[in-house]
Design a protein around this ligand. Structure first.
Ligand SMILES: N=CN[C@@H](CCC(=O)O)C(=O)O
Ligand SMILES: [Mn+2]
Ligand SMILES: [Mn+2]
Length: 317
């Protein structure tokens, strides 16, 4: 089901009503319907859309609660400074009803395709990581089928489980690679402790390139970023997806499967800053933020600031 954003979502501190250099994020956002073409499209446009769904997490035996994340992320974006140079639209939410995950992913794909067609950079606020399959459908409906597509996932997990019983938040990248011949997959932040031997074997079988979390540190981060950039360069376009459980649990406790040895937020910020401005990265999603499991809004605040980094990177193009 589609719902447009309640304008009350975008409330926050007001320093000035007439001096744009004093504006906050909530003063910059324009609420639109995903069904209406955008008339006043600016350059460097970004379009926020929420994916209220944790059905994939439930099916994957995880802890529910990421359904509430899109609005919690909006709330924590609201008072950040207005990013210079961007046109920011909020296209509402896709809501998963009665466990109908596949229908919600389909709706998200249609909405993302509409944004891509209008040259708007989709910023998709999950939701469980099943958001990534709906995100991909946007390209299925929009992009040239002959073009090589890259998937860059920043995640503690491969999410390449078998889906013969049902798709979930642990199956998306296998689904995509089975479905699209010329797609390839890069995953950064993989936890040895978070993936079985079977999943490492599956990743190798599908030609997935990956970097372990323990290989990413302040000394190696530029080299890691270089590897990821090379992957992006060799594809026609790429989608970027961030699974919040890649972050260290002390900074991001509000996720279904926390990572005690996860990445420091500054490393993830460096990766996002490096990749989001790449001209071949065409869209972004954030997944697995779970307000119900959060402590003092630590995870939603961090998630919102990482989204903000992506928006700032797009604005400065
Ligand atoms: N999206 C998360 N996927 C992980 C969850 C792992 C866990 O719950 O421990 C996975 O399926 O591997
Ligand atoms: Mn994960
Ligand atoms: Mn994941």
């Amino acid at each position: 089901m589609y719902e447009s954003t309640n304008p009350h979502m975008w409330k926050g501190r007001i320093d000035s009503t007439d001096r744009p250099e004093m504006f906050r994020f909530h003063q910059a956002v324009q609420i639109k319907s995903v069904f209406e073409p955008v008339q006043d499209l600016g350059t460097n446009s970004v379009g926020i859309i929420g994916f209220k769904c944790d059905e994939g997490v439930k099916r994957n035996q995880g802890r529910a609660g990421s359904f509430e994340a899109p609005d919690a992320l909006r709330k924590n974006l609201a008072s950040l400074p207005m990013p210079a140079g961007a046109s920011i639209y909020d296209f509402g939410n896709i809501v998963c009803e009665n466990g109908r995950l596949e229908a919600a992913q389909e709706e998200l794909g249609q909405a993302a395709a509409r944004m891509l067609q209008q040259n708007i950079f989709p910023i998709i606020l999950g939701g469980g990581h099943e958001v990534a399959y709906g995100h991909y459908l946007g390209y299925k409906y929009h992009a040239d089928a002959g073009h090589k597509m890259g998937i860059v996932n920043i995640d503690a997990h491969f999410d390449m489980r078998p889906y013969d019983e049902q798709p979930s938040s642990g199956t998306m990248f296998r689904q995509i690679l089975d479905e699209k011949q010329n797609a390839s997959y890069f995953c950064a932040g993989i936890q040895r402790n978070g993936n079985t031997a079977f999943l490492f074997e599956t990743a190798a079988e599908y030609g997935c390139e990956f970097i372990l979390e323990e290989e990413i540190n302040p000394d190696s981060i530029q080299q890691c970023l270089q590897k990821m950039t090379e992957f992006v360069n060799k594809n026609h376009f790429s989608m970027l997806t961030l699974c919040s459980d890649v972050l260290e649990a002390s900074s991001a406790p509000g996720v279904s499967a926390p990572s005690p040895f996860g990445l420091h937020p500054k490393l993830v910020r460096t990766i996002l800053r490096g990749l989001a401005a790449h001209p071949k990265i065409k869209s972004f999603d954030i997944a697995e933020v779970n307000p119900a499991l959060d402590e003092s809004e630590r995870t939603v605040k961090l998630g919102a600031q990482l989204v903000y980094e992506v928006i700032c990177a797009r604005s400065s193009l």
